[in-house]
Design a protein around this ligand. Structure first.
Ligand code: PEP
Length: 249
């Protein structure tokens, strides 16, 4: 039995004061959805203030990135142990990081290993672009991203590794994948997890769908057999996030 998860990726939004106001608004609804693993992923600069607001709840806190090195001359970067001072979760390999910041399956792999070593739960993002989708390459792309991003990764607790299937063409576009199309790809992902980590682990690893999830489409998406919740961008900044969380509850 996989515990559903809904994680909010705030991307580069909210100052610390704005973050506090949003969390205060969302907190009652978040607290009530006890059957869902709920995670907020604000910017690095908001982690401390959001941490203070949710530290006595069972709502999780995640970062949106980390660097794989432990410390040193890496200006502007944040290490896994620094993230771990505030967080238990971290998003890795989001398509915006792959697209705008040159992340590759190889860097994703280093980040996943650094996250695990620090005791963080990595939410590893995979997904095809529109042109890859139209060329019928979805399976090939997602499989390559999983093989590369998870090469040599050891799963000692399958509840501590999460995959997010995020078709790039669905992110921030208002055009979510249909529940059936998302399910089809998530089933491909689970099959690849079987070959990487064995069936028992693959059956226990959560797979999230991300890409224009709203309160209106969440229940149908999360009702699919291989979709265990969502990674939510735009709607995580609004009260609609609670409707999405409730759809997984
Ligand atoms: C995301 O940023 O991970 C995402 C899925 O964004 P949105 O929900 O806005 O499509």
């Amino acid at each position: 039995m996989r515990t559903p998860m809904v994680a909010g990726n705030w991307k580069m939004n909210k100052t610390a004061d704005q973050a506090k106001a949003l969390v205060t608004e969302l907190l009652p609804g978040l607290k009530a959805a006890v059957k869902v693993e709920r995670v907020l992923c604000p910017t690095f600069t908001c982690l401390s203030s959001v941490h203070d607001l949710i530290k006595d709840t069972n709502i999780g806190l995640g970062a949106q990135n980390l660097h794989w090195e432990a410390s040193g001359a890496f200006t502007g970067e944040i290490s896994a142990s620094m993230v771990k001072e505030f967080c238990d979760y971290v998003i890795i390999g989001h398509s915006e990081r792959r697209q705008y910041f040159g992340e590759t399956d190889e860097t994703v792999n280093k980040k996943v290993k650094a996250a695990q070593a620090a005791g963080l739960l990595p939410i590893v993002c995979v997904g095809e672009t529109l042109s890859e989708n139209e060329a019928g390459k979805t399976k090939e792309v997602v499989t390559r991203q999983l093989k590369g991003g998870l090469a040599g990764v050891v799963v000692s607790d399958p509840a501590k590794l999460v995959i997010a299937y995020e078709p790039v063409w669905a992110i921030g576009t208002g055009r979510a994948a249909t529940a059936q199309d998302a399910q089809n790809v998530c089933a491909i992902i689970r099959a690849e997890l079987v070959s990487l980590f064995g069936k028992a682990n693959a059956d226990a690893i959560r797979i999230l769908y991300g890409g224009s999830v709203t309160g209106a489409n969440a229940a149908e998406l999360f009702g699919m057999p291989d979709i265990d919740g969502g990674l939510v961008g735009g709607a995580s900044l609004k009260p609609d996030f609670i409707a999405i969380v409730n759809a997984a509850n």
